[in-house]
Design a protein around this ligand. Structure first.
Ligand SMILES: Cc1cc2nc3c(=O)[nH]c(=O)nc-3n(C[C@H](O)[C@H](O)[C@H](O)COP(=O)(O)O)c2cc1C
Length: 153
C-alpha cells in the first residue's frame, strides 16, 4: 500500500438547518477538566479523528499526521512540552498529537505532494508546473504552521 495514500470522501449534501448548526456551536465548549473514569466511545472517537482528517488547509495539502497517544508513560513525558494540556494528559481517555509533515515532505517533487496533486487532485502537468512556481515561495514553514493551526481548529 502507498504509505502516502489518503482516503477520498464521497458524501451526500447534508441536510443541516441554520438553527441546528448554531445550536451545535452554542452547545460546544472547550473541556478543561476530564473525568479519569470516563471513556469516549470508540465510535465517537473514530468520528472525531475523521473530522480532524477532513479539516481543510489553504492549499489542500493537509500536511499533518495524527498520533493517538495511549501510553500513559509517554503522556507524562510530554507534560513539560504541553503546558496547555496538563489535565488532559493526566485524565483524558484519548490524547491526539498533531505532527506537521517535515519540510522535505511538502516540497514539490516529494512523494507526498506528488501523491496529493497527481493522484488525488489529478491535476494536469501544466497546472502542476504553475502551482510549483506559485506556491514555492510560500511553502515550507508557512505551510507547516498553517496546516497545524488549521487542523487543530
Ligand atoms: C487555537 C486555540 C488554542 C487553544 N489552546 C488551548 C490549550 O492549549 N489548552 C486549553 O486548555 N485550551 C485551549 N484552547 C481552548 C480555549 O481556551 C477556549 O476555546 C476558550 O477559552 C473559549 O472557551 P470555549 O471554547 O469553551 O467557548 C484553545 C483554543 C484555540 C482556539
Amino acid at each position: 500500500m502507498n504509505p502516502n495514500a489518503i482516503a477520498t470522501v464521497h458524501a451526500e449534501k447534508p441536510n443541516f438547518s441554520p438553527a441546528g448548526v448554531l445550536g451545535a456551536l452554542k452547545y460546544r465548549y472547550a473541556t478543561k477538566k476530564f473525568d479519569p473514569n470516563a471513556k469516549i466511545p470508540q465510535e465517537t472517537f473514530d468520528a472525531l479523528l475523521e473530522a480532524a482528517r477532513l479539516a481543510p488547509t489553504s492549499m489542500g495539502f493537509e500536511p499533518w499526521k495524527m498520533i493517538v497517544l495511549t501510553d500513559m508513560e509517554v503522556r507524562q513525558k510530554l507534560k513539560p512540552f504541553a503546558w496547555g494540556a496538563q489535565n488532559p494528559l493526566d485524565n483524558a481517555s484519548h490524547f491526539i498529537v498533531f505532527i506537521a509533515n517535515k519540510r522535505v515532505d511538502v516540497t514539490f517533487g516529494s512523494a507526498y505532494l506528488d501523491h496529493v496533486l497527481k493522484e488525488i487532485h489529478q491535476i494536469p502537468d501544466k497546472v502542476y508546473d504553475f502551482f510549483q512556481e506559485a506556491y514555492n515561495p510560500v511553502l515550507h514553514e508557512g505551510l507547516q504552521h498553517d496546516g497545524i493551526r488549521t487542523c487543530r481548529l
